[in-house]
Design a binder for this molecule. Structure first.
Ligand code: 8OZ
Length: 365
């Protein structure tokens, strides 16, 4: 009998042909100037159409939202036109693809900002983190705190990005609320010491998250919007403190009524251990969300099959294995061997390590 991992799933308006999801993966191969998807992107994504769902690499909603060199955007006309062949390539092969929409907040560098400006964040607190500025890894810049009057503009950028994603042919979007970027920064007392309606209490720290969800759902329909969170990941300099369980519980409670297509969680430390702090529970958070749940972090064939079979997850997202196995869903279904990913070609560069990992068929030919 076919394991449930390999069976279709409806997530809001999204139709997944199986429950093997391609996680969002930063590859730094967009054009350095216009942040337009590079010429190989249609091939890269098209090769991966056999995933039940492709979540695009993080795609900035504005120049202000960019934190690394050569990541793509979705705010200019050229960017929308650059994404069109990508979504066409995926759809031509029967796949489903959403754009991950991203604002990095303080995880950026003045060299990536308009006019060399300071990056923006909930508070003027520099992250203990590095970014890639196109020449090497550099400490992130000191941010300035967003004025409360600037928040509507950021929300408008999210709405524009979501509408642009649909115009570019994406089936929907995933809001990047994880990994220490802007939304996560608002949620964490270590990054958010505001004294206005967006800081302090749990209610205030979860306000920006809800406003982004409300805005993006209002722009393109909640049934085409997913959300990614990493409640217990100390990624990019955020501190996972004793408020995390309560904060994320309240955040998920607040967004639950919107009827999003899915919630996608990094279980544990992003790209690392699945261990959680004492007393923390992913299951407890998941229970607060009534819709489709996509699990991520360190899954393999057996643990993914079991997670979906037991109902602990509706689908499972794979990161590094999606880089090295364009036909991962098929390989997992068959129990076939997997290609190993090469870290040296993850970020930046060209075709090598991007569009040249062989499918099973190619490998046996
Ligand atoms: C790796 C390198 C740069 C960015 C994330 C978007 O952690 C990222 C990212 C990952 O969510």
């Amino acid at each position: 009998m076919t394991a449930k991992l390999f069976t279709p799933l409806e997530a809001g308006a999204l139709r997944l042909r199986n429950r093997v999801v391609m996680a969002p993966l930063t590859r730094n191969r967009a054009t350095p100037d216009g942040a337009v998807p590079g010429p190989l992107a249609p091939d890269y994504y098209g090769q991966r159409a056999g995933f039940g769902l492709i979540i695009s690499e993080g795609t900035q909603i504005s120049q202000q939202g960019q934190g690394y060199a050569s990541t793509p955007g979705i705010f200019s006309t050229a960017q929308v036109e650059g994404w069109q062949p990508v979504t066409e390539a995926v759809h031509a092969r029967g796949g489903t693809i959403v754009a991950q929409i991203w604002h990095v907040g303080r995880v950026s560098h003045t060299s990536l900002q308009a006019g060399g400006a300071a990056p923006v964040a909930p508070s003027a607190l520099r992250a203990e983190s590095k970014t890639y500025d196109g020449t090497g890894f550099v400490p992130v810049s000191e941010p300035r705190a967003l004025g409360i009057d600037e928040i509507p503009k950021v929300l408008a950028d999210y709405a524009r990005a979501a509408r642009n994603a649909r115009a570019a042919g994406f089936d929907g979007v995933e809001i990047h609320g994880a990994n220490g970027y802007l939304i996560d920064q608002f949620l964490r007392p270590s990054a958010n010491v505001r004294t206005d309606a967006y800081g302090g209490s749990v209610e205030n720290r979860t306000r920006f998250l809800e406003e982004v969800v409300e805005t993006v759902a209002g722009a393109i329909g909640a049934d085409r919007v997913g959300l990614r969170l990493s409640p217990f990941s100390p990624a990019n300099g955020v501190v996972v403190d004793e408020t995390a369980s309560e904060t994320f519980a309240r955040g998920i409670e607040r967004i639950a009524p919107y009827g999003l297509a899915f919630l996608h969680m990094v279980e544990g430390t992003t790209g690392g251990s699945r261990d959680l702090p004492a007393g923390a529970s992913i299951e407890a958070l998941r229970t607060l969300f009534p819709g489709v749940y996509i699990a991520n972090n360190g899954y393999d064939r057996e643990t993914a099959i079991t997670a979906v079979e037991t109902g602990r997850a509706d689908a499972v997202a794979f990161g590094r294995l999606a880089i090295s196995n364009p036909d991962l869903a098929e390989r997992l279904h068959l129990g076939a061997p997997l290609n190993e990913p090469d870290r040296a070609t993850f970020y930046g560069g060209g075709a090598a390590g991007y569009i040249d990992y062989p499918t099973l068929e190619a490998a046996s030919a």
